[in-house]
Design a binder for this molecule. Structure first.
Ligand SMILES: Cc1cc2nc3c(=O)[nH]c(=O)nc-3n(C[C@H](O)[C@H](O)[C@H](O)COP(=O)(O)OP(=O)(O)OC[C@H]3O[C@@H](n4cnc5c(N)ncnc54)[C@H](O)[C@@H]3O)c2cc1C
Length: 402
């Protein structure tokens, strides 16, 4: 039986990044995935993901995003691919009743606090200034926005593909279409059983995305909730209106509008007129990744247009594409990057509560350092020391609730 330094279970956002970081450190790596990443069955598809350095979810995430930006830029140099575009981020809030974003009631204020904590240059715009600079947005009087020029978007499928390709070139063995059935830790190793073989390693990283809870004992699995999310692409009314959504004129945004009953977010047009503009809100239906309904109904599309259409008068109700994707959330939108209690050879990478892609390069770096037995985990060119207590399992945490 071959023996590896590290087995990585799941080669999506977190697993691809961990495999790449481990392979760069010279570790012998076996990566396993039930599908052929990048794919559309998990949490990492749909062309774009927002990236932002000032994180309303908490200042502890900024070093992960900064490190990820370093990684995306270095991968761009190595591969010639375009992975990261920093065209700016707007975090908009209305003055009426607003819904929380990632569990944070006042996301705009929390984003400002994170920016101030890290010295991230930003501006605060009033409604008139938002419309003057970004005419596609129909804000209402009293709306305010946080704006910085470091945020933007990342291309998830290309990032995964590039990291897997680099990992393989550095010697990682990647087995696609091979489902892991179980794993266990014995005296000197961890043993992983798949549908077609058994493998041993010194360390295992479990990065199984929405399938993670099924590998955990019930007390830990209950900390995670998998929810169904939908991404929508709406066509602009005319090719001329489409221009207002170009990345130079339209930053990524997160918007807590007044009295809309939800938060929504979106991206500039990354393709031609026919491919539309991507916007989404957050769903709360708890699902099982094996049997989730992956079709998007006409009713859902109409509800999206009815609730959020008025905020972009330049978009038509013509939905050219819609995709179902999965969040796996922990209470307070936390990340868990920790060893399984009582098992020092098994590291768990949570799917990061609906805001993980922007951090996934840095998460992979952290996972690689943990697996290689580093005493202190550091991130980025400035070697920021990560306080891992933020990312520990907390058995006394309130259970995740919708
Ligand atoms: C709609 C949506 C919008 C989002 N928007 C943003 C955003 O704008 N910005 C942001 O930063 N983040 C965003 N996120 C969150 C981000 O995409 C996730 O945090 C991240 O993609 C999770 O990656 P993962 O590696 O945990 O999961 P995945 O990429 O799904 O990877 C898990 C992998 O494990 C494999 N696997 C599972 N079980 C097994 C098994 N038994 N055997 C072998 N392989 C297995 C799966 O096949 C899969 O490939 C969004 C997520 C969604 C769904």
């Amino acid at each position: 039986m071959a023996r590896y330094d590290v087995i990585v279970l799941g080669l999506g956002a977190m697993g691809a990044s961990a495999s790449y970081q481990l392979a760069m450190r010279g570790a012998s790596v076996l990566g396993l995935d039930q599908f052929h990443p990048p794919h559309e069955h998990g949490s990492t598809h749909g062309d774009t993901r927002i990236t932002r350095l000032a994180c309303g979810e908490g200042p502890q995430y900024t070093p992960f995003a900064q490190r990820s930006h370093e990684i995306w830029k270095s991968l761009e140099e190595k591969t010639g691919l375009s992975l990261l575009r920093q065209n700016g981020i707007l975090v908009i809030a209305g003055t009426g009743k607003i819904a929380p974003s990632h569990g944070v009631p006042k996301f705009l204020e929390a984003t400002v606090a994170a920016a101030e904590a890290w010295g991230i240059d930003h501006e605060i715009l009033d409604g008139r200034e938002i419309e003057r600079r970004f005419p596609a947005f129909a804000v209402t009087d009293g709306d305010r926005a946080y704006l910085d020029r470091f945020g933007g978007y990342v291309r998830p499928e290309a990032c995964i593909g590039a990291q897997l390709e680099q990992a393989r070139a550095l010697g990682a063995e990647l087995r696609m279409g091979e489902k892991v059935v179980s794993f266990r830790q014995d005296a000197g190793a961890v043993v992983v059983t798949t549908v077609s073989g058994t493998y041993r390693a010194a360390q295992l990283i479990v990065a199984a995305g929405a399938w993670l809870p099924r590998f955990l004992e019930p007390a830990l699995a209950r900390q995670f909730g998998v929810t169904r999310q939908v991404l929508y692409w709406f066509r602009a009314k005319t090719p001329t209106e489409h221009q207002a959504f170009a990345p130079e004129r339209f930053p990524v945004f997160i918007w807590q509008p007044s009295d809309a009953g939800g938060v929504f977010y979106g991206f500039p047009a990354v393709g031609p007129f026919e491919e539309g503009v991507k916007i989404a809100t957050e769903g709360h239906d708890v699902v099982d990744p094996e049997i989730v309904d992956r079709t998007v109904s006409r009713r859902e599309i109409e509800a999206m247009v009815g609730t959020f259409g008025r905020f972009f008068p330049g978009l038509s109700p013509d939905c050219v594409r819609a995709k179902v994707c999965l969040y796996t959330e922990v209470n307070a939108a936390r990340f868990i990057l920790d060893r399984l209690p009582g098992r020092n050879r098994i590291i768990v990478a949570s799917p990061c509560s609906g805001h993980g892609f922007k951090h996934s390069g840095g998460v992979g770096d952290v996972l690689a350092q943990m697996a290689m037995g580093e005493k202190q985990v550091v991130l980025g060119a400035d070697r920021h020391v990560v306080d891992m207590t933020h990312f520990a399992f907390r058995p006394d945490d309130p259970l995740w609730t919708v």
